[in-house]
Design a protein around this ligand. Structure first.
Ligand code: OSB
Ligand code: MG
Length: 375
């Protein structure tokens, strides 16, 4: 159950775009990112400011949403449905944009800001509101496609020395079987997985079957971003568990995936499914179906990272996720203190009210490239 929260009236809303350079370029099968550009939602109520971070990036290579489409959906449709509105509970406010189709990442950012407000007003942490139980989250790290195999092995060694509990490697056709072979022979026992971001088709079935020899925890989203049928056929033909990411944008998608046996594991990202409350519902359905889940990431700043850690504190999150420390992404995060990996490879679930992080105002100003009031 989601905890009840005090009534709020949203007095003011502001949108901001921030840009933070990444410590190193992040390359996937769909492109390279050198910065994290994020839309932030700021909601004001009763002297409090609630913050939300939108998962969308600059280009529509992962999903249809971009920072620009999220700005437009928030400015014209989502935030106007709650501005000036008062409800018995902030989550009743989030129901007011239920009529908007799609724009899940935009909705999730607005919902995060509402929950941050509700948490501050009640003194409850986001994790407590959602029904979280864990206090520390075992962390993995997602490694982009590198210029060479030796460079990849070096990076992995460095992350393992820091304590990361699981390595995820981005792959693509031509950078897959040899990658897995090299990494496995260098690190025979490390929990390891691949993420293809939809780079293959069923025509690659025999090729993908070769991955079975490397004892991978899973392969994430090998096939079409909107496919469930071909994933089911692939899952029936390979031993490596398939983890879905892009293909599950709602509880309905997850139910279909379970029914079709399109995979065996789910990466949950609150942006992809439209918020933390929808994530909780997807999580509950996965627990019922016997699908382990883990928390994905979208290179979030400390703001979105705090929400990810709160989500990952739910009991069904039994696998290490992509909730890595601030310094894996940025030289200077927006939050102070930043998220630091402890030597046991875990990050703390924030315990303060709401998101439970302190945003550094000077850093926020420096990172801001656009700001507007929503009327
Ligand atoms: O597919 O999980 C993905 C980053 C951007 C877009 C898609 C993905 C990712 C990651 C990085 O894998 C996860 C992270 O460290 O935040
Ligand atoms: Mg993925």
């Amino acid at each position: 159950m989601i905890r009840a929260l005090p009534a709020l009236r949203i007095e003011r809303a502001r949108l901001r775009v921030v840009s933070l350079p990444l410590v190193s370029p992040f390359t996937t099968s769909f492109g390279t990112q050198t910065e994290r550009r994020a839309v932030l939602v700021e909601l004001y109520a009763g002297g409090l400011r609630g913050l939300g971070e939108c998962a969308a990036g600059i280009e529509p290579g992962y999903s249809a949403e971009t920072a620009a489409t999220a700005m437009e959906a928030l400015r014209s449709h989502i935030l106007p449905s709650v501005l000036g509105g008062e409800a018995a509970d902030p989550l009743a406010l989030s129901e007011r944009w239920g009529w908007v189709r799609g724009h899940n990442m935009a909705k999730a950012a607005a919902e995060m800001a509402l929950l941050d407000l509700g948490g501050q007003a009640s003194g409850l942490s986001l994790a407590t509101i959602l029904g979280g139980e864990k206090r520390r989250i075992p962390s993995g790290v997602s490694i982009g496609i590198q210029p060479s195999l030796p460079a990849t092995l070096d990076l992995i060694g460095g992350y393992l020395a820091q304590g990361y509990r699981r390595i995820k490697l981005k792959c693509k056709p031509g950078y897959d079987v040899e990658l897995a072979r090299a990494v496995r022979s260098a690190f025979p026992d490390t929990p390891m997985m691949l993420d293809a971001n939809s780079a293959y088709t069923l025509a690659d079935l025999d090729h993908l079957r070769q991955l079975d020899q490397f004892n991978l925890m899973m392969i994430e989203q090998p096939l079409g971003h909107d496919d469930l049928i071909d994933h089911a056929q692939l899952q029936a033909a390979i031993a490596t568990p398939i983890c879905l990411d892009e293909s599950v944008e709602s509880l309905a998608d997850l139910r279909a995936a379970v029914h079709l046996e399109s995979g065996r594991i789910l990466n949950i990202k609150s942006g992809r499914v439209g918020g933390l409350v929808p994530s909780r519902a997807v999580h509950d359905a996965c627990v019922t179906a016997g699908w382990p889940v883990w928390c994905g990431g979208m290179l979030e700043t400390g703001i979105g990272r705090a929400a990810n850690l709160a989500l990952a504190s739910l009991p069904g999150f039994t696998l290490p996720g992509d909730t890595s420390a601030s310094d894996r992404y940025f030289t200077e995060d927006l939050v102070d203190p930043p998220f630091r990996l402890s030597s046991d490879g875990t990050l703390p679930v924030p315990e303060g009210p709401g998101l439970g992080v302190e945003v550094d105002p000077a850093r926020l100003d420096r990172a801001t490239i656009h700001m507007e009031e929503v009327a």
